[in-house]
Ligand binder design. Structure first.
Ligand code: COA
Length: 193
């Protein structure tokens, strides 16, 4: 870290990113798929979860910063998620509404997908998407993912139907002509999972 793309820098978040996080998490429209705006306590808990992820695994959702202006415009990164009892690596993405429709989310998400394959040696990378979240599905599709299953997530007291999107290492290698070289044997060995 940090991870860079043509227009973006992805780096770990700190408490100094709370204003940028609030602009995302406390906006009701942005958080539609999460059943509405987060409270201040939920926003701080979300940041604490990322800080714990960095400490425990060396990755989490990172701040997405515009190279040109040094503005924090979103979050994107890798987290461990449980999908129907399976522990999987997921690319997550949430952006400030003022920065939607510029291709920033897909630029960041593709970089994170590549990072999971090259740095973590992932066999498969997922994106879990609520069945109403078309913008998020389009990001998953643009990452080369296809739908694997439908499942229900219980979150904030609500049953939410979701799709599990994923791309395998083989499909990723075919699509990017990547060599598939990575420094460590498997994620499972590293995390003790
Ligand atoms: C999901 C989310 C990140 C997608 O954001 P987005 O702005 O639609 O995605 P991108 O930044 O990749 O932009 C893609 C759009 O920009 C357009 N675009 C403009 N310039 C572009 C460029 N240089 N490169 C690529 N696309 C570009 C694309 O055509 C595309 O338009 P379309 O969606 O009408 O087809 C956003 O909707 C969000 O933050 N939602 C709230 C949080 C959330 O639900 N997260 C997902 C949880 S599963």
């Amino acid at each position: 870290m940090p991870l860079t793309t043509d227009r973006l820098i992805l780096r770990e978040m700190t408490e100094a990113d709370l204003p940028g996080l609030r602009a995302i998490m406390q906006d009701a429209e942005t958080m539609t798929a999460y059943e509405g705006a987060y409270s201040e306590a939920e926003t701080v808990a979300w940041l604490d979860w990322q800080l714990a992820n960095y400490r425990e695994y060396g990755f989490g959702l990172w701040a997405v910063v515009l190279k040109e202006t040094d503005t924090m415009i979103g979050q994107c990164g890798i987290t461990w998620q449980d999908i129907d009892g399976h522990r999987v690596l997921e690319v997550g993405y949430l952006f400030n509404r003022a920065f939607w429709h510029h291709g920033y989310a897909i630029e960041a998400a593709r970089a994170c997908r590549d990072w999971a394959f090259t740095q973590l040696g992932a066999c498969e990378v997922f994106a879990q998407v609520r069945d109403t979240n078309i913008a998020s599905m389009n990001v998953a599709i643009r990452m080369g993912m296809t739908i694997r299953s439908r499942f229900t997530k219980h979150f904030r007291g609500v049953d939410m139907p979701h799709f599990a999107f994923a791309i395998t290492r083989e499909a990723w290698m075919l699509s990017t002509h990547n060599t598939g070289a990575w420094p460590r044997s498997t994620v499972e060995e590293d995390s003790g999972a």
